[in-house]
Design a protein around this ligand. Structure first.
Ligand SMILES: [Cu+2]
Length: 118
């Protein structure tokens, strides 16, 4: 009987420890993403609309995107890559020349473009 109790306590302790070691399923990260307008905002946020991302919001005036994601499914670097593939430079990953060239003219943030009509 006593042995059983000790085994139970041991198992319970292990379970408790395991629950602490497990990484969380929700984390929020913020990083800089270059863009010029509402169209950029939509493009950036759509690029981050993937499995494992709960919410992504880009702020035009601060040039920062805030992403709430599941760190068990995605790594921060992948979030940067998704944005870069859509044509926008992040503070870690630069968009390829091709991806950048595919942007509408008014979204070409590298040349200091500013959209005023939308
Ligand atoms: Cu734009």
């Amino acid at each position: 009987m006593k042995k059983l109790t000790i085994t139970t306590i041991f198992a319970a302790t292990l379970l408790l420890l395991a629950s602490f070691i497990k990484p969380p399923t929700k984390e929020t990260t913020s990083f800089k993403v270059s863009g010029t307008c509402e169209m950029c905002k939509e493009r950036i946020e759509n690029a981050l609309d993937v499995k494992g991302v709960r919410n992504a919001t880009w702020n035009q005036s601060t040039q920062m995107v805030s992403v709430t994601y599941n760190p068990r499914k995605l790594e921060v670097k992948q979030l940067h890559n998704l944005v870069a593939i859509a044509g926008h430079d992040t503070e870690l990953v630069k968009a390829s020349e091709q991806a950048y060239a595919d942007l509408p003219e008014c979204c070409m943030y590298r040349s200091g473009a500013k959209c005023t009509d939308h």
